[in-house]
Design a protein around this ligand. Sequence first.
Ligand code: AMP
Length: 117
Amino acid sequence: MCIFCKIVEGELPSNKIDENDDFLAFNDLYPKAPIHVLIIPKAHVECFQDVNPTVMAGLTTFTQQIAKKLGLDKSGYRLITNNGDDGAQEVKHLHFHLLGGGKLNWTHQHDESHKNM
Ligand code: AMP
């Protein structure tokens, strides 16, 4: 069983923000922003590439509710999913990183730095 499935099952601890029958939001263990929450489907799906549109529809609504609950709906936030090895996905259970709580840096295409990835 993967570590996020263990969190869903209660076999590993997590700092829960909210949940319903299908989805769970909990704080990232190593936050990269003042607010850094992971949002997952409870049923194991490896990555975004494998998820079906019905699950994504529910995940969208749940994510919007979490953003509102955290007071990010008006101030703004970033939503990221890393997909597969080149996407630097470490945990192979679909998750969206919800980042906010302050102005986030972003490197735009017109900057030279993106060439270094
Ligand atoms: P990714 O690189 O997109 O797969 O991100 C995995 C994320 O899971 C990282 O941001 C980790 O800090 C986070 N993480 C790993 N283990 C745990 C855990 N037990 N509880 C909360 N977050 C975790």
